[in-house]
Design a protein around this ligand. Structure first.
Ligand SMILES: O=c1ccn([C@@H]2O[C@H](COP(=O)(O)OP(=O)(O)O[C@H]3O[C@H](CO)[C@@H](O)[C@H](O)[C@H]3O)[C@@H](O)[C@H]2O)c(=O)[nH]1
Ligand SMILES: [Mn+2]
Length: 936
């Protein structure tokens, strides 16, 4: 029995078209993760058991830390799910070619474009040409271009490409060139490439390409197609009426009809089918962005070629491996497991990644571990591009065990119809009204209502019982364009995190929608991405509260000598060391890892946070979701900086304001605390703060390029000079500071009981420094003698001369310039015969010193900015202290009022914060509008 089973298995293996391998070292990894988990639990316990009591200093900050760490902890658990079960897939391509050649399915390739400026037609046709020349039987290959821009420029470029393909395809196949996108191919050096290629032919095809490119660019620059060119193709008559991006009739043009035996290349071989489609768009009819385009493509292609397999690509993603179709078909055509597979997702790779990947666009860990990890649960994510689909599963069919093998779809419905008939039939399917009252966008095709149509659609396919594969080939199959500036990258991440959080909050939440339909690991894996937006909150909390509480001297972590320090240190170190090791093993460099950490921080505090707010606002029904197209071309100056890996802050974005503010906040408090440490000011207990100092230090280190852009660089990509004076910036600082005012804790100042006379001395470090002084009589031990509550204050300089003099004051706040450094004396006297409690505060502005003495060309603006911010922080703290003392006095004077007064102050601050947050948000929206972001 056992023997027979073995042989059956052997036979299955021999026939299998792909194999799977589990990643190595699973057990060790699971043990290691468990140890970190124990550490995290201990941290939670510590936080829970050490909450400062009501009225104690830093209680709310502490509770905030608890929440943040709960958030980090739970998110970390999710990230373990994608590491728990990593599986790698390997197709066995040779076997496929041996026995399946005549059974190969029809493959329809969809390419989407939406805007001829952001996605230049030359780029689009490079993608088109690369897929038209793939090694696959041409009669089974159809290429569709969906043009959401409805642009005659794109149509013109496609016509040019169809003509050029007659020479390009035979050239590629004859010399087996790679890659098959002409632009990418020709930018490679000929000599260094392949000497088997005939130099003459190479030069001639290169010239043909360049001539075509020039023609297309000339037309693109002009903005319209000249009449004489329009007369060359009937298709242009579609643009005779007023066709705009937002408003036009459906256009379907079969540029090359694959059935046509006369449609051949220069070698006499048949050409693949090539179709242009611009679905109908009307202003009053929602078009659902890319999802809408894809669904129209699914229907139109079913009318024309009805390929069983659909490959969908973004217009910037050219094919880089001529054999990739066959490779990926192995998964679908495997006899034993293939019929369950709905789609095969390939990693999104880029052809413009620089050495150290400054913007963290390409994460090797993401592709080698995380995405493969979700794939390990049979639920690899659909990422929108570079994905092979089984047509039936994409159209909404449920998986069923019976439908083994590929369903032989009826290809080429009624071959007799003419091209014009097919086009007319297709237009109906691409019209606005067609979807009304149907399941398209709900249970059929790509799901509507979310800017990340891909992830949701993948989820619904999984929940219909299908499996999917994440396949990361050594030989990169497709290459796209990574965002070349920080701004573009952050806008893209905003769309993603927004869309994904929206999905989480919708009925498609994987834990609800996927309950009992997909594995728990897959539900968690999905959530790692769907919860990007909310993870911004604990990150922001850390980035703001750490530096501020450091400045105030509030310790947030256990002392180094405490046992509780161990779990913190263990979790922090092991998590980061693990992350470095993982990155290095996956083949990235230390510098790349470091750059990625910076980007993670930036994304989490900007994109994800704005997405979070946007998403919540949308949930309240105040706005609608949009799709901000990722720009794929930039001007030369910008692209040069990208190549040199210099961060580009050259546009106005509220995101940059946030980045600069957080970076400054951390720098200021780090500088502040280091200074206090050296001068031995107030901070005897620096040990308690060491963890915060280290964390702030790391934040400062990772932000180095931000300071550079703020203060040292002069190029166009540096932070706009007036950014610091920008309203957004000030607003933001105000929000943060106000948030802190909520926390009733005073560090500065002393409180003393005065009988007759009491003197204090303060050592003024620099002459010319400004000294801020305040005092409040908090409590007099006599309630009826109110007329004599006041005290006198005399300030004397180092030489004993009287500088300031205040008589009979209940409270006072003043500042003066110290003309001499040295010990100043502050003497209070009480004329009433009762004890009085006085709150006294003195503070010196240190940086005025630098202002006057260190006029170094290079450092001065830098220090100036720091000093201004630091000054602002101190002044606000000083102010806050004074206000608090006043409030307290008020409260004591009128016991009955006390609670109410405190509460009132609290609510006032809360309202202010709310208002400011709203304002920042509105500003952000405003900026976006002003920049005229191309919303499609
Ligand atoms: O109304 C629209 C908007 C976009 N697109 C196309 O969609 C593709 C992706 O748009 P892009 O601006 O390049 O977005 P990316 O952030 O690069 O795209 C990633 O994220 C998207 C989801 O947010 C997925 O759809 C994409 O496949 C995935 O590559 C492009 O080819 C566009 O032409 C349309 O066809 N119609
Ligand atoms: Mn893109």
């Amino acid at each position: 029995m056992g023997n027979r089973k073995d042989t059956v298995e052997e036979k299955d293996k021999a026939l299998a078209l792909f194999e799977t391998k589990e990643a190595k070292g699973k057990l060790a990894l699971r043990l290691f993760s468990s140890s970190i988990f124990v550490g995290i639990c201990l941290i939670w316990v510590y936080r829970l058991t050490n909450i400062p009591r009501v009225g104690e200093r830093g209680r709310w900050i502490w509770i905030g830390m608890l929440m943040a760490e709960l958030g980090f902890g739970f998110y970390w658990i999710l990230t373990q799910a994608v590491r728990w079960n990593v599986v790698h897939y390997y197709p066995l391509k040779q076997r496929l070619s041996q026995s399946y050649d005549d059974k190969l399915p029809g493959v329809d390739i969809f390419i989407c474009t939406a805007d001829p400026t952001l996605e230049p037609p030359t780029m689009v046709i490079n993608t088109i040409l690369s897929v038209m020349s793939l090694n696959y039987p041409t009669e089974k290959l159809s290429v569709y271009l969906s043009d959401d821009g409805g642009s005659q420029l794109a149509f013109y470029a496609l016509l040019e490409a169809s003509r050029f393909s007659k020479h390009w395809i035979p050239f590629c196949k004859k010399f087996n060139v790679e890659p098959r996108a002409p632009e990418a191919y020709f930018t490679r050096n000929f000599d260094a490439h392949d000497t088997a290629i005939d130099a003459q032919e190479w030069l001639s095809i290169k010239k043909q390409y360049e001539d075509m490119k020039k023609r297309i660019e000339a037309v693109t620059n002009k903005g319209s197609v000249p009449e004489e060119l329009k007369n060359q193709h009937k298709g242009f008559c579609e643009w005779n009426s007023n066709v705009t991006k937002q408003n036009h009739q459906p256009i379907v043009q079969i540029v090359i009809d694959g059935r046509d035996r006369s449609a051949v290349d220069s070698d006499g071989c048949r050409l693949p089918t090539l179709v242009y489609m611009a679905r109908e768009k009307r202003p009053d009819c929602p078009h659902h962005f890319k999802a809408g385009a894809m669904n129209a493509l699914i229907r139109v292609s079913s009318e024309i070629s009805n390929g069983e397999i659909i490959l969908n690509l973004d217009c910037d993603m050219y094919a880089n491996n001529a054999d990739s179709i066959r490779e990926d078909l192995c998964f679908f055509m495997d006899e034993k497991r293939g019929h369950q597979i709905a789609f095969v997702q390939l990693p999104q790779k880029f052809n413009n990644i620089t050495k150290n990947d400054l913007y963290g666009n390409f994460s090797t860990v993401l592709n080698k571990v995380e995405l493969a990890g979700v794939g390990g649960f049979g639920a690899a994510l659909y990422c929108g591009t570079g994905c092979f689909h089984r047509r039936v599963s994409l159209c909404g069919s449920k998986y069923s065990d019976e439908s083994k093998g590929l369903l032989n779809l009826e290809t080429r419905k009624s071959d007799e119809r003419t091209v014009v008939e097919l086009e007319e039939a297709s237009k109906v399917l691409a019209s606005c009204g067609y979807e009304k009252g149907t399941q398209w966008g709900k249970d059929m095709g790509l799901i509507y209502g979310c800017p990340v149509e891909d992830i949701v659609t993948g989820l619904t396919i999984h929940c219909r019982g299908w499996k999917s594969v994440f396949y990361n080939p050594d030989n990169t199959a497709f290459l796209g364009v990574a965002p070349p500036t920080l701004d573009i990258a952050l806008v893209q991440f905003t769309r993603w995190s927004d869309g994904m959080f929206q999905t989480f909050l919708s009925k498609y939440c994987p834990f609800i929608y996927g309950y009992k339909k997909i594995k728990l690991g897959a539900q968690m894996g999905y959530s790692v991405y769907l919860l990007w937006a909310p993870i911004s909150l604990p990150n922001l909390y850390y980035a703001i509260v750490l530096p501020l509480s450091l400045l105030q001297g509030i310790p947030l972590f256990p002392q180094v000598s405490s046992r509780w320090f161990i779990p913190f240190a263990y979790v922090f170190l092991s998590k980061n060391i693990y992350s470095i090791a993982e990155a290095l093993i996956c083949g990235s460099t230390l510098k790349t890892w470091w750059n990625l950490q910076r980007m993670l921080m930036i994304r989490r505090t900007t994109s994800f946070f704005f997405a979070f707010i946007d998403c919540i606002v949308r949930q309240l029904g105040l706005s609608q979701s949009t799709f901000t197209l990722t720009a794929k071309v930039v001007d030369e100056d910008v692209s040069k900086r990208y190549q040199q890996e210099i961060m580009d802050f050259g546009s106005t974005s509220i995101m940059f304001t946030v980045i600069a503010t957080l970076a400054m906040l951390n720098l200021v408090s780090l500088v502040g605390v280091v200074k206090m440490f050296f001068w031995g000011l107030d901070y005897k207990d620096i040990e308690k703060l060491i963890s915060q100092v280290i964390l702030c230090g790391l934040i400062v280190l990772v932000n180095a390029p931000v300071y550079e852009a703020l203060f040292f660089r002069k190029d166009k990509g540096s932070m706009p000079g007036n950014l610091l004076m920008n309203i957004g910036f000030l607003e933001f600082v105000a929000v943060i500071l106000l948030a802190f005012l909520c926390n009733p804790s005073a560090v500065l100042g002393i409180r003393f009981v005065i009988d007759r006379e009491e003197c204090f001395s303060h050592n003024v470090k620099y002459d010319g420094g400004t000294i801020h002084v305040s005092f409040v009589v908090i409590k007099a031990y006599s309630t009826w003698h109110s007329s004599h509550e006041g005290v006198d204050l005399v300030v004397k300089g180092p030489s004993g001369d009287q500088i300031q003099d205040y008589r009979d004051k209940i409270s006072e706040k003043f500042e003066f310039v110290a003309h001499q450094k040295g010990v100043h004396r502050f003497c209070f006297s009480n004329k009433s015969h009762y004890y009085e409690t006085v709150d006294f505060d003195v503070h010196e502005s240190y940086f005025t010193y630098y202002d006057q003495h260190a006029k170094d060309e290079h450092f001065n603006p830098f220090l100036e900015q720091i000093s201004k911010l630091e000054e602002a922080l101190y002044n606000i703290q000083f102010e806050q202290h004074w206000l608090e003392a006043q409030t307290e006095r008020q409260a004591i004077v009128n016991e009955a009022m006390s609670k109410r007064a405190v509460h009132k102050a609290f609510y006032e601050s809360a309202a202010l914060i709310g208002a400011s947050v709203l304002q920042v948000y509105l500003l952000w929206r405003l900026f976006e509008r002003k920049l005229g972001m191309s919303r499609v």
